[in-house]
Write a protein that binds this ligand. Sequence first.
Ligand SMILES: [Zn+2]
Length: 322
Amino acid sequence: MHRQLGKLAAALLLAALPAAILAQAAAPPAGKRIAISIDDLPLDSRKPLDMAATQALNQQLLRALQDEKAKAIGFVNEDKLLRPGGIDAGVAVLQAWLDAGMELGNHNFGHLGLGQASLAQVQDAVVKGEAITRWLAARNQAPLRYYRHPYNQTGRNEDERRAFEEFLQARGYTVAPFTIEHDDYLYACVYEQLQDTAQRRERDTVVEEYLAHLRESVAVFETMSSELFGRQIPQVLLLHANRLNAETLPRTLAALRGLGYRFVPLEDALRDEAYALPAAASGRFGPSWLARWARSKGVKLSVYGQPDPGGLTAQLAGKLCQ
Ligand SMILES: [Zn+2]
């Protein structure tokens, strides 16, 4: 009896609720997962690296990740550590990542891509780019197991891709793919050049455009996942360590959470069977792995990658970021 009354009361209550609230309540937790990867540590900047500022910006990134309990991976360019008087500070940045429970990966020495440099040069850059990180990882009982290709160039052709992957595997590396990007380097470049107090309004506009672009981009990559797999695979977001992301990561992560995402380590995302699919050599361009899988599977998608940035950011990028 009580149970029936309870049901009736619940039905009446539901009937009385505004449609919008019902829709919200009815939307199941989507169970979507995303791994956060941040490239170009210790910092990607057009300006000469100020190590104190670099440390502070990394602290902001790490705080945002920890607040969301997101276990991210940071990919290191060790050439950026080799600054006279700056090595200790750079090592401290990497140590801070490990202390915060994050993982570090190799992004090679000098950010050499397989589009410009030879296979032998890039292989050298892998070895040269792991000296400090491997030492640090070992001291912290942390793994060093992922390699992120600069420019996401995986090879000029299949032979080169295969040869490089065999080399990476022999050194204990797994390639770190990504599936979602949203031109953060472009927004970051504009943002970094709008640091005067008088540019506050433009800077705020760039941030709003950046977050809107994130939402639009995520929607496109979700469509690609649906069309390819009939479901939402765990995504891997590609970000860069820069001032813009340091100052907006709390909002970026909140936006992703609002879209139904739960943050998972890269290792968990890569366990999905999607990541075992072949991804053809990238050539010069380094698109999302969703586009690569589509090509390998011979599937035609309705969309390929994020829309072009527009608005004030695109206008200013033409002037400031050539
Ligand atoms: Zn990079």
